[in-house]
Write a protein that binds this ligand. Structure first.
Ligand code: ATP
Ligand code: MG
Length: 596
């Protein structure tokens, strides 16, 4: 597929060294990136100090750290100085409860100011923060509390009643439940956030923190199997800061908004930590997913950088009819917005072109994982964007394509792997370990952690190719790739081709075993509003895909499905489509949307 190149117009913010990618890479070292941070006064490195207290010490306390937009649209702001006081109080709350270094504090909260207080206060106290997604059902909540050795849970009365109360007896390690917001005064075995905070002093000295101290525990999205608990340390903040400068072009003057739920790694690394370390103002949207609300917030809060996910962009596209497509966005003033960044799953070229044509904005895809802790590969602010490509490795990141074996994973022979140097060759994406936010292990699963490395590389489980100029292109997850009549087919390419059809909103593509071809490609598509499924449309879509992709890659079968199974972070769960199609057990569904 050849896509025209989109160049960013000359925007007011161009990080100077980004204009020369090679120079930026040559000059970059992680130790230099580390020296851009303050460090604790007595030595050591603590994420919360970098995110909050440092700004207060350097006179920036009056600036807005958070700009919270309540469900009803009311806005209230929290300054850096106020956030410093609140997080100090929460650290004192934990200390008074006897919760200390390394103890696990879980949050089960939507986006609300208390979440920021709990996260950063926990880090100040050198305890470990583990965020849970508030829409999880009781089983996934219990499973993670148990797996993560939860000592404290910060949640609301409603969430506690619905998801934890009945299981509390089976979680003896869960010593404290702290209830945020109204209600729940009658709940046994809980304490009130507000009362504890009122009693706590607002002076707190962060204890010595080693960069290697565990800071965060993040469960993966569970797209391909049981979620894994990835362990991250305080040193990760070096990577959050540096990568947000490159990939998100963040500056202290920015009003920045990240739509990712705080229960996922994006909502933590780039929803809380990175923008605060940069001293930006963070928009906290307490409302629901709603495209009109998004446009309104972008306009009213004068958002300058928006970090979101392909699923959100597809929702925007879907809610904007093709005909007269300028109508909705044009009624909002998005002139403050410099660009949109996207992460989490493949960003279809269609969405990038839509962003340019309809919103008049560059859309930057970035690639990373819970395990990597920070953005690794991206279309950067001042770089040429290649729609459909994830971009190029950030400074400090060494990425390679490794030759794969039959199972779609890197071929390891006598402990050695082979690096593909032919442009366009597909293989497993591998990264050279050593960046600060690299996960330090999967909790309680040493074997799985060790199996993620070979011959000095971290193996990502994703298949990619690299073009002659060094841009990386996503092919698929090793688990999702389809082997059909001798070809390796990435579902993403097929899904993207289908999405170019005017009738299609989203697509999920799987391989269905076939005695002749090995597997044949089957597509599930959801349609745009107002479009009805029909045999004629099915034939039309199959023919459309065949023209685009050729008969070897195009789907042979197609089914309409308005409710494609997705993770709560918005990723199409192809393994669920496959299991349903083949009548197989669907496996771990704890992160399936709507499964609560
Ligand atoms: P699990 O590991 O539990 O199966 P998961 O891999 O979806 O779940 P995350 O760590 O949240 O959990 O997601 C990282 C994965 O998301 C990447 O390995 C990749 O497959 C996909 N991904 C992230 N960003 C992109 C992108 N820009 N393009 C394509 N895929 C992406
Ligand atoms: Mg993964």
């Amino acid at each position: 597929m050849v896509w025209e190149t989109i160049r960013k117009d000359t925007a007011p913010y161009v990080t100077p060294n980004l204009t020369d990618y090679d120079r930026a890479r040559a000059e970059f070292t992680w130790s230099r990136a580390r020296s851009a941070l303050a460090g604790l006064p007595g030595g050591g490195l603590n994420i919360a100090h970098e995110a909050v207290d440092r700004h207060v010490h350097s006179g920036g306390g009056g600036k807005f750290a958070l700009c919270c937009v309540a469900r009803d649209g009311a806005v209230h702001t929290v300054s850096y100085a106020e956030l410093a006081r609140r997080t100090a109080r929460f650290a004192n709350v934990l200390r008074a409860l006897g919760v200390g270094r390394g103890d696990r504090v879980f949050t089960l909260l939507g986006r609300c100011p208390e979440l920021y207080t709990a996260v950063l206060g926990t880090l100040k106290n050198t305890s470990v923060l583990c965020p849970l997604f508030s829409a999880f059902g009781p089983d996934p909540v219990e499973q993670r509390l148990r797996l993560g050795d939860a000592r404290v849970l910060v949640t609301t009365a409603a969430l506690y009643r619905r998801k934890v109360a009945e299981r509390r007896a089976s979680l003896p390690g869960l010593a404290h439940v702290v209830i945020v917001g109204p209600g729940g005064e009658d709940l046994p075995g809980t304490a009130r956030f507000d009362e504890l905070m009122d009693e706590a002093p607002e002076e707190f000295t962060i204890p010595p923190t080693s960069p290697e101290d565990m800071a965060l525990l993040h469960f993966t999205s569970g797209t391909t199997g049981t979620p894994k608990g990835a362990v991250h340390v305080h040193e990760a903040v070096v990577a959050h800061h540096a990568t947000a400068a490159y990939a998100l072009d963040l500056h202290p003057e920015d009003v920045y908004w990240c739509t990712a739920d705080p229960g996922w790694v994006t909502g933590m690394s780039y929803g809380i930590i990175a923008p605060l370390v940069h001293g930006a103002t963070v928009v906290v949207d307490e409302g629901d997913y709603d495209t009109r609300r998004w446009y309104r917030i972008l306009q009213e809060q004068r958002v300058s950088v928006w970090y979101t996910a392909p699923t959100a962009l597809r929702m925007l596209m879907r809610s904007t009819p093709r005909q007269g497509s300028h109508a909705l966005p044009a009624s909002y003033d998005l002139s403050r917005l410099r660009f949109i960044a996207s992460v989490g799953e493949p960003l279809n070229p269609e969405a990038v072109v839509w962003g340019r044509d309809v919103l008049g904005l560059p859309v930057h895809d970035n690639w990373w994982q819970t395990e990597t802790g920070c953005i690794m590969i991206a279309n950067f602010a001042a770089c040429e964007i290649r729609p459909g490509s994830m971009g190029r490795p950030l400074p400090g990141v060494e990425a390679a394509v490794l030759t794969c074996g039959e199972n779609g994973r890197a071929l390891v022979t006598d402990g050695r792997v082979r690096v593909e140097d032919r442009p366009g060759a597909e293989g497993e994406l591998a990264l050279r370990p050593g960046w600060p936010s690299m996960f330090r292990g999967y909790l309680h699963d040493k074997e799985r952690y060790e199996a993620s490395f070979a011959d000095g590389w971290y193996l990502t489980g994703d298949l990619v190719s690299r073009d002659a100029d060094g841009w990386f292109w996503f092919v698929g997850r090793a688990d999702d790739v389809i082997k059909s009549a001798g070809h390796l087919i990435g579902p993403f390419e097929v899904e993207s081709a289908l999405m170019e059809h005017d009738a299609v909103a989203e697509a999920g593509v799987i391989g269905r075993p076939d005695p002749v071809a090995g597997n044949l490609v089957k597509a599930f598509v959801s349609l745009r509003p107002g479009i009805e499924p029909s045999p004629a449309l099915e034939r039309d879509l199959l023919a459309f895909a065949r023209r685009r992709l050729g008969p070897a890659v195009a789907p042979r079968e197609l089914a309409f499905d308005q409710n494609l199974p997705k993770t709560r972070s918005g990723k199409v769960m192809r393994r669920v489509l496959r299991a349903r199609e083949l009548d197989l057990p669907t496996g771990d569904l704890s992160t399936l949307e709507g499964s609560a």
